[in-house]
Design a protein around this ligand. Structure first.
Ligand code: SF4
Length: 363
């Protein structure tokens, strides 16, 4: 049931946040008392940092974990072997993941819809920073819906992007209504960073839209650091919870941002305080222009072991890596690695956890 408390935001508050976002590195550095630093170029990926997120950056700290997620760095211009534009093979025609413009299916029973190319924040490590959004336009959505109607094996739709909550409430309501007419779709999963970076996005209209969905709604938020979670995100997440959505979080393990046990433990604990269960901790993808964020498997596992020793099981996200062509994400916990060392002879190739010849990590 939706009550009047906690309080959702006014309908135009989030649009103002998106409109007033920082787009120029020099302006952002000056705002944060760092104008003595020389801004780096954009490396082909615009900067976008909403003010509500920027307010959580520690003034005067060039190494702030939130700042480094949005500020272009000189390292982005470097080339590194193995770091490619499409690490997950999402647009690789050999993989045949694209079912129609804007519809990607990598795993059985689930399909992912590119709802919009836009985000409220540009995360410098983004695995879709090179994605050809112009080939996946929202106006082709009818083709995606037609495919979904025909394929009764699909029971879950993942709304992705970009960020699906950048759609206006009316557009989202229309999409949910169209999906509701497809009887075999039982769950709608929304992958969004907006409740974290622009908490004002959680309006009463959005809560109502989600509450009225006949299909069960799961909202997977994306928070990488406990410093991102404040009173405003708590209010936003409380509102989302009131709409009846199940709330989960996915994070990316990022060098210089959250690659230490203390910060990862604090993130899990604070997420739980805000009504969200940690779901995935992704080893980063090998995305071109993002090598400076990369954390390798050994280090990821060592950090995960530290988390495991300090957290109850329900606050421990699953450490995963995605490899193009696999039938599911690879679990990268140390137990799974024991399996790598001695895989059963009859283990199907697709399930074997040994590294593939051309690894394409991530989500
Ligand atoms: S919000 Fe998600 S899709 Fe958008 S830039 Fe960040 S990681 Fe990429």
């Amino acid at each position: 049931m939706i009550t009047s408390n906690p309080t959702p935001w006014q309908p135009d508050a989030w649009q103002n946040q998106v409109r007033s976002a920082f787009r120029n590195p020099g302006d952002l550095l000056e705002h944060l008392g760092l104008k003595h630093l020389t801004p780096a170029g954009l490396a082909g990926f615009p900067m976008l940092a909403p003010r509500s997120f920027v307010e959580r950056i520690v003034h005067g700290d060039p190494q702030d974990a939130l700042l480094l997620q949005v500020l272009p760095q000189l390292q982005e211009t470097e080339e590194h072997a193995g770091f490619v534009r499409d690490p997950l093979g999402e647009t690789n025609s050999d993989q045949a993941f694209i079912k129609s413009p804007g519809l990607i299916q990598k795993y059985q029973g689930r399909a992912l819809m590119i709802t919009t190319p836009a985000c409220a924040i540009n995360c410098r490590y983004c695995f879709r920073r090179h994605f050809p959004y112009q080939q996946h336009r929202p106006r082709d959505r009818d083709l995606a819906l037609a495919f979904l109607r025909r394929d009764a094996s699909i029971s879950e739709i993942i709304l992705s992007g970009g960020d699906p909550l950048l759609m206006q409430d009316s557009e989202l309501a229309l999409l949910l209504a169209s999906l509701a007419q497809i009887e075999h779709i039982k769950r709608i999963r929304i992958h969004t960073r907006l409740p974290i970076v622009v908490p004002q996005r959680i309006t009463f209209e959005l809560m109502q839209t989600l509450a009225e969905s006949p299909a069960k709604v799961v909202v997977v938020i994306h928070s990488n650091h406990h410093q991102e979670l404040n009173a405003e995100t708590k209010n936003a997440l409380d509102c989302l919870g009131q709409s009846g959505a199940t709330l989960l979080n996915q994070s990316v393990l990022l060098r210089g941002i959250n690659d230490n046990v203390n910060d990862l433990v604090l993130l899990s604990e604070r997420l739980f305080e805000q009504g969200v269960l940690p779901y995935y901790l992704h080893l980063p993808d090998k995305v071109a222009n993002t090598a400076h964020f990369y954390v390798d498997t050994d280090r990821g596992q060592a950090l995960y072991g530290g988390m495991k020793s300090r957290l109850p099981g329900y606050l421990l996200p699953r450490l995963v890596r995605e490899v193009a062509g696999d039938i599911a994400k690879r679990e990268m916990s140390t137990e799974d690695l024991a399996l790598v060392a001695d895989p059963p002879a009859n283990l199907p190739q697709a399930l074997a956890l040994t590294p593939a010849p051309a690894p394409h990590p991530d989500r």
